[in-house]
Design a protein around this ligand. Structure first.
Ligand code: ADP
Ligand code: MG
Length: 447
């Protein structure tokens, strides 16, 4: 394998469709011989070819018939990575980003358009072919896909072979088991499988003895006696829908002992509501109407650090690198809106630098220990969840630090946003967070 080799591919109508014209220098670098039969592979499209050396061709060039080029979606002026592995010459890799298509020419993928454009540009700079597509435009019968790429800030539609790797950034369509299975059978790899929810996450992580001490006591609510037992034990608990996100539908419940009464808080449209109940029956009746049919878990409250009275916790972005190893890309504290029971940015939270904030509460040695602990927890969580999820490229991990400096795992998110980096104006981490899924895709594709 020669991952650092790049070529430009141009068309020559005089060539027959089975001829691949290569410079002598490239013949040597790819370990080819004249007239050798090889397979030329673009994504999942393969063409049987005969190699011919051309003394006049400059070193970084290949020539093929335009009919072949038309089937590959490659551009003649772009350099692509090339490898020769057991007589299969692969160009690319081909990386497809599955996303939700919107009827807007300048932003075909809505709010994600800027992010996707950065991904495509990053991939192109590394010699990969990268396009974004809607799952509706994936044709498994013809083994082709209609997608968009970006050149000089302009979105261009084109037809592509099935990619080597799919990076899903779309909603539910990709999660259909049958689609994922068909793709896999056709040789397409993908990462970031569908999530397993907060309860599935907890059940997976609790089996790792190294993680047990970081996990707040958590139960699935089967009946209200589960809530009652947790309230008797901890007095303050969080109730969360197992498939929730963005802090939505979360309820904080507190129990006073003498006289026994309950208080609970939740958000509706960013407004915080606080209510009381005099008995467990009344609490159950009132909460049931808020919970609807959603399944909830109940969790001991973590006594989170507070800044000016507002709770705060961390978002840690963990991602796979070029060698398929988990790394921490960056992190930030999220500080909840005044009076809020959640820190989520979407609920009005702001951000702050981790080390600077920790320095306010703890001494230097403690801060160093806490920060090491945070990195260990984030990476161990990612590694452990991956054993259950299958290939995963990135996880946004929420971690709480309590008032004693003990750290706790709150949850792990697939499809994490890059918002913390933009809000922190940390452009370096943001760019790294864009580069890493491309690097991991290249690794998964075997380049
Ligand atoms: N057990 C808990 N103790 C204290 N705060 C919590 C607890 N669980 C959640 N929170 C707060 O609520 C926020 C949202 O909870 P989280 O589990 O991350 O759900 P979501 O998927 O909606 O983001 C957390 O970032 C944290 O600020
Ligand atoms: Mg969260």
């Amino acid at each position: 394998m020669l991952p650092d080799l790049h070529v430009k591919i141009s068309s020559d109508a005089k060539l027959d469709v089975h001829s691949l014209l290569v410079s002598q220098d490239m013949m040597n670098k790819l370990d080819l011989t004249d007239k050798q039969a090889i397979t030329l592979q673009f994504g999942q499209s393969r063409f049987t070819m005969h190699v011919a050396a051309d003394a006049l061709l400059s070193s970084e060039n290949l020539k093929i018939n335009p009919a072949i080029i038309a089937k590959t979606g490659i551009q003649s002026n772009m350099p692509y990575a090339i490898i020769n592995h057991k007589h299969i010459i692969r160009i690319g890799p081909y990386i497809g980003i599955a996303a939700n298509l919107k009827p807007d020419r300048s932003k075909p993928f809505g709010m994600q358009s800027f992010f996707i454009r950065q991904l495509i540009e990053q991939a192109q700079s590394m010699g990969a072919v990268c396009f974004a597509f809607s799952m509706k435009d994936l044709d498994l019968i013809k083994a082709q896909v209609r997608g968009f790429t970006c050149h000089n800030n302009v979105w261009v539609k084109g037809l592509y072979p099935l990619p080597d790797v799919i990076y899903p950034r779309c909603n539910s369509e990709f999660n259909r088991y049958s689609v994922r299975q068909s793709l896999q059978k056709m040789g397409v790899r993908y990462f970031n499988p569908p999530g397993i929810g907060k309860w599935g996450t907890y059940k997976t992580l609790i089996q790792n003895s190294r993680l047990v001490k970081y996990l707040p006591d958590t139960r699935l609510i089967n009946s209200f006696s589960d809530l009652n037992e947790m309230l008797n034990k901890y007095h303050h608990v969080y109730m969360k829908p197992i498939t929730g996100s963005q802090g939505k539908n979360i309820i904080k419940v507190s129990q006073s002992v003498r006289p026994k009464s309950y208080e609970y808080q939740y958000h509706i449209n960013q407004r915080q509501i606080s209510e009381k109940a005099g008995s467990l029956q009344e609490l159950e009746r009132k909460l049931r109407s808020f919970m609807g049919t959603k399944r909830y878990l109940v969790q001991q409250q973590i006594n989170l650090l507070r800044k000016d009275g507002c709770i705060m916790d961390l978002r840690v972005m963990t991602q796979k690198n070029r060698n398929g190893n988990w790394m921490v890309t960056g992190d930030a504290f999220r500080i909840g809106k005044s009076g809020s029971i959640t820190s989520n940015i979407s609920g009005g939270g702001s951000v702050g630098d981790v080390q600077t904030l920790l320095n306010h509460y703890f001494d230097k040695t403690q801060v160093r220990e806490i920060m090491n602990d945070i990195d260990f927890l984030a990476l161990e969580t990612a590694r452990t969840l991956e054993t259950r999820l299958g290939p995963t490229g990135e996880l946004g991990i929420d971690i709480g630090v309590d008032q004693h400096g003990k750290i706790w795992l709150i949850e792990a998110n697939l499809k994490p946003a890059r918002k913390i980096f933009s809000l922190m104006k940390d452009n370096e981490s943001r760019l790294l967070s864009v580069r890493r899924p491309i690097e991991y895709s290249i690794y998964l594709a075997g380049f």
